[in-house]
Ligand binder design. Sequence first.
Ligand code: ZN
Length: 366
Amino acid sequence: MKIKEIIEVLDNLAPPSYQESYDNAGLLTGDSSLECTGIICTLDATEEVLLEAKRKGCNLVVAHHPIIFSGLKKITGKNYVEKAVITAIKNDIAIYAIHTNLDNLLSGVNGRIADKLNLQNRQVLLHKQNNLMKLIVFVPIADAEKVREAIFKAGGGSIGKYTECSFNTTGKSTFTPGEGTNPHTGEAGKREETNEERIEIIFPVYLKEKLLMAMTEAHPYEEVAYDIIALANYFQEVGSGLIGELAEPMETTSFLKLLKQQFHLQVIRHTPLVKKEVKKIALCGGAGSCLIKTALSAGADVFITGDVKYHEFFDCEDRMIVTDIGHWESEQFTVDLLHEVLHSKFPTFAVLKSEVKTNPVNYFTS
Ligand SMILES: [Zn+2]
């Protein structure tokens, strides 16, 4: 199996177009046309993880954080990033990063955190804009089902947990075939009237080319009449952060104990416990302090994230509890997610979880 086949699965899981503009997700080193000898999943593709990959005979490291983030001008091995890149290239190891594109999926990094707290009624906290389009295509009635099916197969028509969504009306169309045409019905120079279906199907922007190709291939006309419309609707599954509810309200300190236990924390940094009990929980894996105000206006009792700075803690205005559980700690289960997805897709292939704990932050507690 080629590395690019594995990348295809990861790109389907979290389309690269969902990454933030500052990000650098995707294939960072290596040749994707090579045969894959094994996969290691990790949060950070450090030199130590790359050496582990080499030792275990794996030539693909799937990491959450892109080790090359802001660009490299020299590669001389002077810092940990350059060392990792040199180790990867010397040993023909491909590094693939699946970062904010996985953060921005309801079922991605944040979904895993929500699983650990058994949150219900989950929604994206801050939706990503301009991610949906609508295709409207006009098809002779006899061919409508074939065209609809092709669009569904290419990924169109999904709304939340519903698939194959479309709206269809019938009407009369007219056209006059010009010189040198080969019309499906009618003849050159004579106006043709025919009954057609107008099929309307919603789709995510990144599927546009694939969808259009599938639609035109299935369509019987040589000139297909269609509209593509950009939508202002939110894509329910895509955006940053997550908000959900505990099955039952919990006393605040009991909830913090649960959080500590589920994430194996030594310590939780938090703002004053202004709520006696909590139910509505907002969260964002990694550095999510930019969402504190959004969580507050969404009515969250608690906001869970990592990397909160002193002044940012004040943003909760003593109307919500902000907890900082640590960047690595909040994202630790992302490795399980990557491992599960790849293992279920390639059950007989070597898909490993790195044994290196890459968290550089320690707590001196005694
Ligand atoms: Zn992170």
